[in-house]
Design a protein around this ligand. Structure first.
Ligand code: Q46
Ligand code: ZN
Ligand code: ZN
Length: 303
């Protein structure tokens, strides 16, 4: 197998792109894909500060590495979710983030839910206060990302979602014809009053491409899975997409990219955020009287 650029020994074969790359040209391919995504979709303005939400996994750490290489003003945000107890998943993840930030001299803010909220996600599950761990986790993550962005003076929050994540979310939304979510789904959610812009610069790279990037760059990342992920529907959807991809390479990327090009604009009016107002409790912008994070806080206070 030879690199399509220099005919050297290939380390990566990308059937979906009908290409193979040597180490250097693979790294160049990843950098080019991400910088083009940022430029074409106007994700990050010149000189703008970016808050990168890092979980300690390969995707978000690779994203932070890339944005630093591109010369952006990067700050890290890590949310310690209170999952897995002492020495468990959340503690392990934090360790990888701390070492990554220290080695690169990057400013890193850590918000531990158990300190900031008085409880972590395991506690929400134990007290049966949320519908599913991931929905409670998701809403608290969104709340803290937004709050931290405002406090850190960043108008942009970048997350490490890759093509596999985005295609699985898309499939899930299509299966339910969730038109509101389809209208909001995309690699860029514009900033609105009280909400930072949210961007996903890795959305055109597969999970395998990002993993190889992390390995080739020597980025150490947490390999353990969140214990709540096991039953998650998204993993099953990813499996289905991988089987489709094996049969006909390129399906995953066509599914997502053609959605963005041809279908997403048709759903965008469904996603208008009408009548945002400050939450009665915490002041975060919301469409209801009390925001989703505060509703969960209320339930935790009474159980
Ligand atoms: S951390 Fe949270 Fe994920 Fe764990 S509880 Fe679910 S959403 S699976 S990315
Ligand atoms: Zn090459
Ligand atoms: Zn609130």
């Amino acid at each position: 197998m030879k690199c399509v650029v220099c005919r050297g020994r290939a380390v990566a074969r990308l059937p979906a792109k009908n290409a193979a790359f040597c180490r250097d040209h693979f790294l160049a391919h990843v950098e080019r894909t991400v910088s083009e995504t940022i430029r074409r979709r106007r994700m990050i303005g010149k000189g703008e500060r970016v808050l990168v939400a890092v979980s300690g996994g390969k995707d978000s750490l690779s994203l932070a590495d890339l944005l630093v290489r591109f010369g952006h003003d990067v700050r890290l945000l890590h949310l310690h979710l209170g999952i897995g107890g002492p020495g468990g998943y959340a503690d392990l993840s934090r360790g990888f983030v701390e070492r990554f930030a220290e080695a690169r001299g990057l400013p890193c803010r850590i918000v531990a839910f158990e300190e900031a909220e008085g409880w972590g996600i395991d506690e929400v599950v134990r007290r049966k206060a949320g519908r599913a761990p991931c929905s409670a986790c998701g809403r608290m993550k969104r709340y803290w990302m937004n709050r931290a962005a405002l406090e850190e003076g960043a108008r942009v929050v970048a997350t490490g979602h890759n093509l596999d994540d985005e295609a699985a979310t898309l499939l899930g939304n299509v299966l339910r014809w969730d038109v509101e979510s389809l209208g909001r789904q995309g690699p860029l959610l514009p900033e609105t009053e009280g909400f930072a812009r949210r961007v996903k610069p890795l959305c055109l790279l597969t999970e395998k491409e990002v993993a190889l990037y992390a390995i080739l760059r020597g980025i150490a990342y947490v390999r353990d899975e969140c214990p709540h992920a096991a039953g998650a529907r998204s993993l099953f959807l990813k499996e289905i997409l991988n089987r489709l991809e094996e049969r006909s390479p390129g399906t995953k990327s066509a599914f997502y990219q053609e959605f963005l090009r041809r279908a997403a604009p048709r759903f965008s009016t469904e996603a208008d955020r009408p009548d945002l107002r400050p939450c009665d409790r915490c002041g975060a912008m919301t469409t209801s009287v009390i925001c989703a994070a505060c509703r969960l806080r209320d339930r935790m206070a009474t159980r």
